[in-house]
Ligand binder design. Structure first.
Ligand code: MSP
Length: 654
């Protein structure tokens, strides 16, 4: 674990255009920034996390006109929806900047003037190919056609060669200083592969940059020459300094600038790694430490974007899962520099296996056993064996490694390491079989030790995940009887022994829903049609509806909520498990045909529906005193319907 002596940490996202509401791609950048901000707060640093919206320019002017709104009215509407999304994703930004804010417009004008007075901005003539229909200058990359004309790549219409009075920024003068920056500070652009791309672009030669427009009305007026508005990128980039106080709260500006990490998508890296440092050099302001160019989330192998119509609306996922599964998935799936393909199958697989099975079940089982065997507070644990000690020492090493990984922004690796540890703790429990120990009073101190170790491991591992999944980890800490929130404990103060004997734990509630793909896609597609389409042959066994029964007949079934206390395999039988259940008034044993779908370990602690007045049956020599309800898959496997919230054992089901 490295000692971080720097007292402050400043992280930024790009400011998002307000021509449309943010989608999963935008959420990705913001979630990375939020995770880094939360981690650095745990590390004890004074953090400033900035995000916001980019509201000027032709793009917004056009989108507003199409909707019959003023640009400001469009921006106001979209900003509200973006802020709602950030709230739903538990984004903990310290400030939300809008480029239409007064201090920002004044700051940009002041910086423009400084550069003008210095001679780094000068007035000239911009000659170029202009698309009248799109009101846009074509980039130099667009080739001349056979008639020596250019065609607009966006709308396909012929462009005209025009010249316009404009102010230029003397970018060409900064080529050498930029190359020296990349050489002296290779960490300025990450990942390394992108630094190489940027440097070779600059080596290819830089032309002065036109930074004003007379054709765009919706922009900040050039000071003293208001027929020009300032080019949207000059305006937008300076948000990073105006928002923290440049020219209006200099104490705060000086405290936080330069930024430690500026996150941007690879499509806008050139603006941030070439123009931005050149603007700052010209203004005599310090440069950010790192500009991190992340990859794209693709859908069907194409960048998600509104214009392609392939964006995923995060609200659908948030409605079903809450924020944490999405936060976890986006960060766990790919390293920050690479592209990722978003699929619902991939998402559900990760959520079900890493979150519901590995993490959720560990919490559920451990706390349920502490509740059942110790009334919620572990007493008199045996001293640690070497195997128990390993659970502790592995955690201590993990804590150091994960610190370094978070600090280096390698978030997927940090999660990978934490999940390897969670897997190890699951195995430790399975190997020790506490549910067997519980049957033997002489093994109680060992049982206490094993459950204590598991609970301390859960507390520690979940703390390490806090920057990624704050809401779920707060819940876990609540179940563990912690009075503090994870955010109130500094990284260096977090120790494995923080969970000790005598601590009263609560009964866990469901942490992560386990959702099947077809249910989820049904959810996304909206409610199912009222009547199912009639098919030739029912493919599911028993799908023919049975004869009508009366309510009184139905009422003769005594259905109850039962909690599984113990589960074990039946020697020589592959399909059945022997369960011990609590039905509120008493405990019973039963046989359940679920061994092909569930392991005994994953069932302990779970609550389900059983019928308690069915005539007992003897199966494999064991009396089964209840029967559980389960759905049968086409290949004859039993899937148990669990509850979506906690309910006491014994509750009547009707
Ligand atoms: N307004 C400019 C940024 C100005 S910063 C001074 C802008 N806005 S944007 O709304 O178009 O995009 C903002 C960020 O979202 C960019 O970093 C972009 O890379 C990112 N993403 C947009 N779609 C994305 C994906 N499909 N995947 C990942 N990130 C993507 O550019």
């Amino acid at each position: 674990m490295s000692t971080n002596s720097k007292k402050t940490f400043f992280v930024t996202t790009p400011i998002y255009y307000v021509n449309d509401v943010p989608h999963i791609g935008h959420a990705y950048t913001t979630i990375i920034a939020d995770t880094l901000a939360r981690f650095h707060r745990l590390a004890g640093q004074d953090v400033f996390f900035l995000t916001g919206t980019d509201e000027h320019g032709q793009k917004i002017e056009k989108a507003a006109a199409e909707k019959g709104l003023t640009p400001k009215a469009l921006a106001d509407a979209v900003v509200g929806r973006a802020q709602d999304l950030w709230k739903a994703l538990d984004i903990s930004h310290d400030f939300f900047v809008r480029t239409t804010m007064d201090f920002h417009e004044k700051g940009v004008q002041k910086l423009f003037k400084i550069l003008l007075d210095k001679g780094d901005i000068y007035k000239g003539e911009y000659k170029g190919w202009y698309c009248v229909s799109d009101e846009n200058f074509l980039s130099d990359d667009v080739p001349l056609d056979a008639e020596s004309c250019k065609t607009c790549p966006d709308c396909g219409k012929k462009a005209s060669l025009v010249s316009e009075e404009t102010y230029f920024f003397r970018l060409s003068a900064y080529q050498d200083r930029l190359l020296k920056l990349y050489e002296d500070h290779p960490e300025f652009v990450r990942p390394q592969s992108r630094l190489n791309e940027v440097a070779s672009f600059v080596r290819g030669g830089l032309k002065d940059l036109s930074i004003t427009r007379t054709t765009v009305k919706w922009g900040i007026p050039v000071p003293g020459d208001p027929k020009h508005t300032i080019y949207v990128w000059f305006d937008a980039l300076f948000n990073y300094v105006t928002a923290i106080g440049y020219d209006w709260n200099m104490a705060r500006y000086e405290k936080f600038w330069p930024a430690d990490v500026q996150l941007v998508g690879k499509d806008i890296l050139r603006f941030h790694a070439v123009y931005w440092p050149a603007f700052l050099m010209a203004a005599g302001l310090p440069l950010p430490r790192t500009v991190f160019g992340h990859g794209w989330w693709l859908k069907d192998d194409t960048k998600m974007s509104k214009s392609k119509g392939n964006v995923l609306d995060p609200h659908v996922l948030l409605k079903v899962f809450g924020p944490d599964p999405l936060r976890y998935f986006l960060l766990r799936e790919i390293p920050i520099g690479q592209d990722g393909n978003f699929s619902h199958e991939g998402f559900l697989h990760r959520v079900n296996s890493d979150l519901a099975n590995d993490f959720g079940n560990l919490v559920q089982r451990t706390l349920t056993m502490i509740g059942n065997y110790f009334g919620g507070a572990i007493d008199d644990p045996a001293s640690e064996t070497a195997e128990d000690a390993k659970v502790r020492t592995d955690f201590e090493e993990l804590k150091g490694r994960v610190f370094d990984l978070y600090e280096a922004c390698t978030l997927n690796k940090a999660l990978e390491e934490i999940w390897a540890y969670i897997g190890m703790v699951n195995k430790y429990l399975a190997d020790n079989e506490p549910w067997i120990m519980a049957k033997d009073a002489s093994r109680r101190p060992r049982l206490a030790r094993v459950l204590l170790q598991a609970a301390a491991a859960i507390r520690g591992a979940s703390y390490l995940v806090y920057p990624v999944m704050p809401r779920s980890v707060e819940k876990v800490w609540g179940f563990l009887g912690e009075t503090k929130k994870p955010a109130d404990v500094l990284w260096e103060a977090l120790d494995f022994g923080g969970f000790g004997p005598g601590r009263k734990v609560g009964m866990p509630q469901a942490l992560f829903p386990r959702v099947a793909l077809k249910d989820f896609l049904g959810e996304e597609a909206g409610p199912p049609a009222a009547a199912p389409a009639a098919g030739p042959e029912p493919i599911i066994k028993g799908a023919n509806i049975m004869d009508i029964i009366t309510y009184d007949e139905f009422r003769r079934m005594d259905l109850r909520v039962a909690q599984i206390l113990e589960a074990e395999r039946v020697p020589g039988a592959t399909k059945i498990l022997k369960l011990k259940i609590d039905i509120g008034t008493e405990q019973r044993q039963m046989i359940a045909g679920v061994a092909e779908t569930y392991t005994p370990e994953e069932l302990v602690g779970r609550k389900l529906i059983v019928i308690v007045n069915l005539k007992p049956a003897v199966i494999r020599g064991i009396e089964s005193q209840a029967m559980l309800l389960a759905a049968i898959t086409p290949d004859n496997k039993a899937v148990i319907p669990f509850f979506d919230r906690d309910i006491q054992a014994g509750a009547i089901v009707k």
